[in-house]
Design a binder for this molecule. Structure first.
Ligand code: PGA
Length: 248
């Protein structure tokens, strides 16, 4: 059985003090579960403080991005070594906001995924089509290209998590129907089966895009949906703990 993951992507929200308060509330509300894992991704400035606040809890720390080098003259960037040092176990890579606003490419995502794995970080690799692409009927070719691109040259899938996040569902309140999501999740698992064989059965594929405590149960009932990547609803303890409570 694949263990569910609920991951909170705080995006560019929360000061250090606000981040600590949110982390403490999540820690208090989630005492661990045999069924699932909980991850939070605060902004870089709060990583270390949130890591300290979460000590002794089952909640794991993630970063929202990283650079694909260990160190060097890359002003403004953060390396996987630094993320490990700050207490991160995971890192979100290739979020659609990074692709859209910061021109991330499949090749760039691939370099980051390989570097994260080499550094011992578990990458949560985001893929997903835009509204326009869905209307054009190219969802599978876009998502397929992103998955193949992100995982090119990756040998072991053990530590990789994929998040399917249709861009039109992110921050819009327009969640994909469970059938729409499942169709893409099953497609991704089929593609992974083609590329990596039996490891596809162990791979966790999260859904992201307007997930709330009110719609997560329906998504969770789907065969190939193994967790949720949550933006807006992860910023309030009640919203996030409400989703965690519904882990199958
Ligand atoms: P949302 O964001 O839950 O606010 O739609 C999800 C994400 O971008 O990961």
């Amino acid at each position: 059985m694949r263990k569910w993951i609920v991951a909170g992507n705080w995006k560019m929200h929360n000061t250090i003090a606000e981040s600590i308060a949110l982390a403490r509330a999540i820690k208090e509300g989630f005492s661990g579960s045999a069924n699932g894992e909980v991850v939070v991704a605060p902004p870089f400035t709060a990583l270390s403080a949130v890591g300290d606040a979460l000590k002794g809890s089952a909640v794991r720390l993630a970063a929202q991005n990283m650079y694909s080098e260990d160190k060097g003259a890359f002003t403004g960037e953060i390396s996987p070594v630094m993320l490990k040092d700050a207490g991160c176990a995971c890192v979100i890579i290739g979020h659609s906001e990074r692709r859209k606003f910061f021109s991330e490419t499949d090749d760039g995502v691939n370099a980051k995924v390989k570097k994260a794995l080499a550094a011992g970080l578990k990458p949560i690799v985001c893929v997903g089509e835009t509204d326009e692409e869905r209307v054009q009927g190219v969802t599978q070719s876009v998502v397929g290209r992103q998955v193949r691109g992100a995982l090119a040259g990756v040998e072991k899938l053990d530590d990789v998590v994929i998040a399917y996040e249709p861009v039109w569902a992110i921050g819009t309140g327009k969640v994909a129907t469970s059938a729409q999501a499942e169709e893409v999740h099953a497609f991704v698992r089929g593609l992974i089966r083609e590329l990596f064989g039996a490891a596809a059965e162990e791979l966790r594929i999260l859904y992201g895009g307007s997930v709330t405590k009110d719609n997560v149960a329906e998504l969770a009932a789907m065969e190939d949906i193994d967790g949720a990547l949550v933006g807006g609803a992860s910023l309030k303890p009640d919203g996030f703990l409400g989703i965690i409570a519904k882990m199958p």
